[in-house]
Design a protein around this ligand. Structure first.
Ligand code: SF4
Length: 193
């Protein structure tokens, strides 16, 4: 439909029409140069257009996350696979809570499945809400004590024990910055493990 000689003028005219005459809620059909060609006008109720889809509910998931510490005060992190959302970044291990599952059980199960380690799930460190365009996530983060099993990268590129002060050297997704801050704050408290 574009005028091959003056496409810019055509586009500008459309924008002007939408801004001044064919406004979404109150179109001025009586003053409209397009009225004779307009399907919405011909349908008899032009204010009914454009038809908007009903908003889709955004899926919500709870993610259990384990900040696993060993006896030497090191913390366990893993590097995500390169494919997919946040690929290649480092993170604290965890995964989706299943229906009817307690969050501590989620964390223990995920650490077995993803790292082949056994942990004791301890106190809650922080809860973080994070919204993407296509889903909402709640990260429930618990401190964990490593009990047994050499960590294996079963669902990631690699795993690493690092000193908490070294966490700043690794690229993490934005939501993890608050986990790191909460961990450092926790460890700075007198008597913290
Ligand atoms: S006639 Fe059609 S294009 Fe013109 S203002 Fe009415 S609805 Fe909009």
């Amino acid at each position: 439909m574009l005028d091959p000689r003056r496409p810019r003028a055509f586009n500008q005219a459309l924008m002007d029409l939408g801004a001044t005459v064919c406004t979404p809620r109150n179109p001025s059909c009586g003053a409209c140069p397009w009225q004779g060609y307009c399907a919405a006008y011909a349908a008899g109720d032009p204010a009914r257009f454009p038809v908007k889809d009903a908003p889709h509910p955004v899926p919500f998931q709870v993610i259990g996350v384990g900040v696993v510490l060993d006896g030497a005060g090191r913390v366990l992190i893993d590097q995500r696979l390169n494919e997919g959302l946040l690929g290649g970044l480092w993170e604290f291990p965890g995964g989706k809570q299943e229906e009817g599952e307690a969050i501590a059980a989620t964390i223990a199960r995920e650490l077995v499945e993803e790292l082949a380690i056994a942990v004791e799930v301890g106190q809650e460190l922080i809860v973080i809400e994070h919204a993407y365009s296509h889903k909402r996530l709640r990260f429930v983060v618990h401190l964990c004590t490593w009990l047994a099993g050499e960590p294996q990268a079963l669902a990631s590129q690699q795993v690493r024990w690092v000193r908490p002060a070294e966490l700043a050297d690794y690229p993490f997704p934005a939501a993890n910055a608050r986990i790191i801050a909460a961990l450092l704050e926790h460890l700075a408290r007198p008597g913290a493990a």
